[in-house]
Design a protein around this ligand. Structure first.
Ligand code: PMP
Ligand code: GLN
Length: 379
């Protein structure tokens, strides 16, 4: 069969490639972003309880009312924003929410602006729907957005701007001023924002997370995407949600209902109950910051230079003092020869821009990080 691909340039994701290589050579896997420790047993018991209570059939298409109410309450407490449960849709992880948001608004010929390096799922979904990606490239070492030069990418065809805060792979966060600058650029236009905030609770050094939901004007034009996977150490459950104003939620659900219809029922019951205890997520900054600092301190004195991580699971390292080979080669060689797997950052740029930087995931047990530190000190 002569099958001409709709995504000819898409291969296997770097996360799969590097995790496979790590397994193959028995390396410590600091590449793909997932915890190597278990979630709270209380959460597991809740799922078991609801399965035992026969909560095993389809839930309502937008998500269980009790879960959407618990999410709205949490948003009010943490972001000071009033969101109606009808503007929340429970999804199969952040990934499916991102897919539905893009799919529901991007038409052939529309332009979508991405800030690169960008998480790898955005671009293929835009292209699958005939959209054209325009990229704003960030550069080492500070990777900051200059909104003035960013504004040159906006045209009458711009339909959507995708932001990611805290940022994967950079570990950078957006400030209130960043959101205000973005707001000025889109104010008076029909441009929508897709704000990927899956690491909303993983922000360090006492900083606040600035959600689009806390910005009254941006909130009215944004899809905000979240993941229970990151917040409760359950990336394998694939549970998340999308918050958007009514007209956008209406379009989002038209796709959602035929994409997945509804998501895992016992997990929704369990999360609705578990979310009510704030301490289940408010301690995350300290918990992950300790891991970030442990890795950073451990690697002090090596030729890997850290680039400040303000949030997320990730810490970037500049390896230019060790080698000048391409980051993809370096990451593979480091995995094979030194036994620690990392993600090369160039794969997140459409242009392949190579800043000689790798990403390490510190969402790991101290024991795992300790092993990695020992191995990397040999480099
Ligand atoms: N966005 C970003 C920035 C991510 O890092 C991830 C996953 N690690 C996702 C979205 C997807 O989230 P989920 O696993 O809930 O689908
Ligand atoms: N988001 C995770 C990461 O950045 C991986 C998710 C995936 O494997 N698709 O590593």
């Amino acid at each position: 069969m002569n099958l001409s691909s709709k995504l000819p340039r898409v291969g296997t994701t770097i996360f799969t490639v590097m995790s496979q290589l790590a397994n193959e050579v028995g390396a410590v896997n600091l590449s793909q972003g997932f915890p190597d420790f278990d979630c709270d047993p209380v959460l597991k018991d809740l799922v078991t309880k609801y399965m035992g209570e026969a909560k095993n059939q389809y839930s309502p298409m937008p998500g269980l009312p009790a879960l959407r109410e618990a999410i709205a309450t949490k948003i009010k407490k943490t972001r000071g924003a009033l969101v109606h449960p009808d503007d929340i849709t429970v999804t199969a992880g952040g990934t499916q929410a991102l897919y539905c948001a893009i799919s529901s608004v991007v038409r052939a010929g529309d332009e979508v602006i991405l800030i690169e390096p960008a998480y790898d799922s955005y671009k293929p979904v835009v292209e699958l729907h005939g959209g054209n990606v325009r990229t704003y490239e960030l550069s080492a070492p500070d990777f900051q957005v200059d909104w003035n030069s960013f504004s040159r990418l906006i045209t009458h065809k711009t339909r959507l701007i995708i932001i990611n805060n805290p940022h994967n792979p950079l570990g950078k966060t957006l400030s209130r001023d960043d959101l205000e600058a973005l707001n000025k650029l889109v104010s008076g236009t029909d441009i929508m924002i897709l704000s990927d905030e899956v690491y909303e609770h993983i922000v360090f050094d006492g900083k606040e997370h600035h959600s689009v939901l806390s910005h009254p004007e941006l909130k009215e034009r944004s899809f905000a995407v979240f993941s229970f996977g990151k917040t409760f150490h359950i990336t394998g459950w694939k549970m998340g949600y999308c918050v958007a104003p009514e007209p956008m939620t209406r379009e989002f659900r038209k796709v959602h209902q035929f994409n997945v219809f509804a998501v895992n029922t016992p997990a929704q019951f369990a999360l609705a109950e578990y979310l009510k205890t704030e301490s289940n997520y408010l301690g995350l900054p300290e918990f992950f910051q300790a891991k970030r600092d442990y890795l950073q301190e451990g690697l002090q004195g090596t030729r890997l230079k850290p680039i400040s991580s303000e949030g997320s699971y990730f810490q970037l390292y500049d390896y230019s003092a060790i080698a000048d080979e391409a980051d993809t080669e370096f990451a593979k060689r480091m995995t094979r020869e030194y036994g620690v797997a990392a993600i090369p950052v160039s794969v997140f740029y459409s242009s392949g821009k190579d800043e000689k930087v790798i990403r390490l995931c510190f969402a790991k047990k101290e024991e795992t990080l300790g092993k990695a530190i020992k191995l990397l000190k040999e480099m």
